[in-house]
Structure formats: structure tokens, C-alpha cells
Design a protein around this ligand. Structure first.
Ligand code: AHR
Length: 510
């Protein structure tokens, strides 16, 4: 049990950060390094890009002849920022777009590719200049594993199995040789394959049992074409739709279950991104508690049919989805929204949920990487800024590959704090989100049974929930060093108001 009260007295000696609130409360958190949850797979920090608005065209892909600095057509600044972030896995081409995408339209000489209509996103003309090879090139540049979503809604099992053969069969078949003629000697070895997207909505408006039949049929023809066995991902529910899951999983008796089951969960709001009120902000933060509840419900339903727990739960679309500003959408494309400090806090609350549920989660993909919804990067002509959500990912990146460990609920006055912790040997990472705008928190952080050798911290914070990084002022919300005082009775840290803070801790050898 922690000694409450001691933290406040001791933390008084700790220098306060620049945007310190007049109002401070104290709290205590305790990390339990021996109580392991599971490995935080790097894929839990995955990303998603869709042919939607200016995510791909004009955002990531500017073309080789653009005056925007580029690497073979990919926006140079975006490539550099994303490499630095470390994107473990990238989902493409949709979203809703996937179930009306025909992969053959996007291969071969770009000038000869057909022009199609993007029916889901404004009936814009898609020139298919960004196709399979361009996507694989992007993945290689930023160091991400590809995750392809196949067309189930308007496609056929043959179309999807052919895409798999084209990508993964080494050579000798017509499709593999066509890939080689198109410039890729080595197979792409794609592991992650989505069998459709949102089949309950834009992917076909089906019921769960109807999709189960379709999934089984498509899945029959998706096999190991090369060195890599495909990891097949079924479309899961919207949010916590348990009826969808029961009907879908009910259709598998005695049949091979999918490897991954992917739910979608957006944190919607009624307000424009930069016009948030306290109530609306708190309502959006609460969606992340609902997300954790939904994960718990869904994993229970999965375990009923999969007692060995082989099937991984995924959240392959998630993130902040505010009310759009039509003028901004006209300039920047569909679903473009500004990303504020509040959005970064929401995003970090989500990442903490994923770290805590690491024993069941196989992958999570924030929507979307550039210029759409909870974007990491926003672009305008030649400018490219890193958003506060980018920094939320960057600050929590040290968890990846470590083992998630438990923490006791925060004590003292700071029960709203959200915590995730992970450990590898003597390295410990702790992320604490303070969602309060009215109070900073002086915390004492104890690591049960272990002594701390040294610790450092970084924090992303801004007292204005609506603050953002604009094209003119790109460094309004960026991480700052956070002082961590190591004392025998614990680590003492002043968490600013509305902040995402990560501590990197070295434990003394036990
Ligand atoms: O991410 C935007 C859209 O949201 C996707 O296309 C769809 O899958 C979801 O409804």
C-alpha cells in the first residue's frame, strides 16, 4: 500500500513545468513489474492510409514531377517524419475504398492505368497512379510491414487470391512473372490480409452470419503462396456490436477461424476540432473508457469459440473523428480535420488502453496517417507538419516490444489519470495521461519490489485544449523534457494539465 500524503510534500521540491496550473493535486501510482499482461506487439501502433481526401494523392504521394521535395514521388518530409516515428504496419487501400478497389487497375505503366471513380469518397476520379508497387515502395521507405485489405464487397475470391499470388509467389507463375516485369524481382511477402472492410456497412451491408459464409468461401482460396503464411483478418463489429460478433462467430462451427478479428472504434464528437468545450472534451475522453469496455466484451465472445485464444483481436480503424469544417474539406479534401492537444490526449488514452489489453490485441491502426481524421501529419502544398497525435505516438513508442505490466489504480485525488507500463529486463516505461484541464498532478510513482537507478521523462502538454500546430507555427504543441526526481520512496513528477507524459526508467538489478 502506498503512503498517501508523502507525495505532495516531497514533490514540492520538484521544479514545475512551464505551463503549470495554479491548481495542483497529488496522487500516487504503483507499477507492478512482476505482474505481466503480455507483449506489446509493435503492430499495436499501426497506421492506416486510404484513397480518401488528400491522404494519398497530394499528401503522401505528390508524384515524381512535383515541386514539393520528394523521393521518387513520395513526399520527402512525410517519409522522414514517418521513418523517425517508426510505423510498424500500414493498412491500405481502405476503408470503404477497399471493397470497390480492383488491384489490377493499379499495376503496370502508370500512363496506361484505367481511370476509375472513387464511389465512396466524393466520386472523384482515381487515376490509379498509386497502386500495389507504389504502396510497397512506401512501406519499404518508412520501414512498415504492409497490410492489404482485399475486395470482398464488389470483388471475387479469384481476384483476391490472384492478388496474393501476384504479391507473394516468388516466380514462375504468370502472375508472379508479371510482378517481376513490373519491377519487383523479389516477392513482397505480405503477411497481413484483410478479407473485406466494414461488411456490415460500406462493404456490403451484410449481417454477421451472411459475412461468415462469405469469409469462409474467400478464405478457402487464400493460402501460403510463398515463404509467408497469410494472416487472415475478418471484419469485426462497429464499436461494441455484440450481435454482429455472435452471428459472425456462430458461423464457424468446426471450421477454421480467422487469425485476426478487427473491430472499428472511432471517438466521434459533435464539435469542430478547434472549438471544443470542456464538456465535449470530457465526453470524447470517455469514449476511450468505452473502447476498453468494448475490447473486454469482444474478447470474451471470442474466447467462447476459441478457448485456446489463437485468434487475435484487432482495432484496425480507430481515432478521433470530429465534426468536419466544410471549408477545410473543400481546401484539403474529405475528412480533413485539425489535430489539437485534446485530440492527442484522446489518442494517448487509446494507446494506453491498447497497452493494457496487450495479451489479446494483435494489431491496431489509427485512422489515418496523413490529412484524414486523427492524422499524424497534415500537409498543405509544400508544407508538412507533425500533429500533437504524432507526438503522442512518438512519446509512447518505447513500449513497443516490451511486456505490458499492471499498475494499481491511481490513489489520492488523481483517479482520472490513465496509466500504462511495460518492462523488458531492467528497463521500464510508464505513460501517464492527465486528462484534467483544471489541475496539474504531483505524482509519486513507486515500482513495487524494485529500486530505481535513474529515470528521465518527456511530456506533451498545453493548457489550451484547442491548441494545434499550424503550417505557420508548427511547434506549438511539441514534447518537452519532464523533470523526474528519483528518491528512495519513489519517482516524483509534476504532470502538467492536459498532458501525455512518458517516463523511461532503469531499475537497479535485483
Ligand atoms: O476512415 C474513414 C472510413 O471510416 C473508412 O473508409 C471506413 O472503413 C470507416 O467507416
Amino acid at each position: 500500500m502506498l503512503l498517501s500524503g508523502a507525495a505532495a510534500a516531497l514533490a514540492a521540491a520538484v521544479p514545475a513545468p512551464k505551463t503549470w496550473s495554479a491548481n495542483t493535486i497529488s496522487g500516487e501510482i504503483e507499477i507492478l513489474p512482476e505482474e505481466q499482461i503480455g507483449v506489446i506487439r509493435p503492430e499495436l501502433h499501426g497506421q492506416f492510409v486510404e484513397h480518401l481526401g488528400s491522404c494519398v494523392y497530394g499528401g503522401l504521394w505528390v508524384g515524381r514531377d512535383s515541386k514539393t521535395p520528394n523521393v521518387n514521388g513520395y513526399r520527402k518530409a512525410a517519409v522522414e517524419y514517418l521513418r523517425a516515428l517508426g510505423v510498424p504496419v500500414l493498412r491500405w487501400p481502405g476503408g470503404c475504398f477497399a471493397d470497390d478497389y480492383h488491384w489490377r487497375d493499379g499495376i503496370g505503366p502508370a500512363a496506361q492505368r484505367p481511370r476509375s471513380v472513387n464511389t465512396h469518397w466524393g466520386h472523384s476520379v482515381e487515376d490509379n497512379s498509386f497502386g500495389t508497387h507504389e504502396f510497397m515502395g512506401l512501406c519499404q521507405l518508412i520501414g512498415a510491414q504492409p497490410y492489404l485489405v482485399g475486395n470482398v464487397g464488389s470483388g471475387s475470391p479469384r481476384e483476391l487470391r490472384d492478388w496474393m499470388e501476384y504479391c507473394n509467389f516468388p516466380s514462375g507463375s504468370s502472375l508472379a512473372d508479371e510482378r517481376i516485369r513490373n519491377g519487383a524481382e523479389a516477392p513482397f511477402n505480405v503477411k497481413y490480409w484483410g478479407v473485406g472492410n466494414e461488411l456490415w456497412g460500406c462493404g456490403g451491408n451484410l449481417f454477421g452470419d451472411e459475412y461468415a459464409q462469405l469469409y469462409r468461401r474467400f478464405g478457402t482460396f487464400l493460402s501460403k503462396f510463398g515463404e509467408v503464411a497469410p494472416f487472415l483478418i475478418a471484419c469485426g463489429p462497429n464499436r461494441d456490436n455484440q450481435e454482429w460478433t455472435e452471428k459472425f462467430l456462430g458461423g464457424f462451427e468446426g471450421k477454421q477461424l480467422p487469425d485476426g478479428y478487427a473491430m472499428h472504434f472511432y471517438s466521434n464528437s459533435k464539435l469542430n476540432a478547434t472549438k471544443f468545450t470542456l464538456d465535449e472534451m470530457n465526453a470524447q475522453f470517455a469514449t476511450m473508457a468505452a473502447l476498453e469496455e468494448a475490447i473486454l466484451h469482444q474478447r470474451r465472445l471470442m474466447d467462447n469459440v476459441d478457448p485456446d485464444k489463437k485468434m487475435g483481436l484487432m482495432v484496425d480503424e480507430w481515432g478521433v473523428w470530429d465534426r468536419m469544417v466544410s471549408q477545410q474539406e473543400r481546401v484539403h479534401g474529405r475528412l480533413w480535420q485539425q489535430i489539437t492537444m485534446r485530440a492527442a490526449v484522446t489518442t494517448a488514452l487509446g494507446l494506453n488502453v491498447f497497452h493494457r489489453q496487450a495479451d489479446k490485441l494483435a494489431m491496431c491502426n489509427v485512422a489515418q496517417m496523413v490529412n484524414v481524421l486523427d492524422a499524424m501529419l497534415l500537409t498543405e502544398n509544400e508544407k508538412c507538419v507533425r500533429t500533437p497525435s504524432y507526438y503522442a505516438f512518438l512519446l509512447t513508442k518505447a513500449h513497443l516490444g516490451k511486456i505490458s505490466v499492471k499498475a494499481t489504480p491511481p490513489q489520492g485525488n488523481a483517479t482520472e489519470l490513465s496509466i500504462s507500463a511495460s518492462r523488458r529486463d531492467d528497463s521500464l516505461v510508464v505513460t501517464v495521461v492527465n486528462p484534467r484541464v483544471d489541475a496539474g498532478v504531483r505524482i509519486r510513482c513507486v515500482v513495487r519490489g524494485r529500486e530505481v537507478a535513474r529515470a528521465s521523462g518527456r511530456s506533451l502538454f498545453h493548457r489550451d485544449m484547442n491548441a494545434f500546430n499550424s503550417f505557420e507555427k508548427p511547434a506549438v504543441v511539441i514534447p518537452q523534457r519532464l523533470e523526474v526526481t528519483v528518491r528512495p520512496e519513489g519517482m516524483l513528477v509534476n504532470l502538467p494539465v492536459l498532458s501525455v507524459s512518458s517516463l523511461e526508467v532503469e531499475l537497479k538489478s535485483s
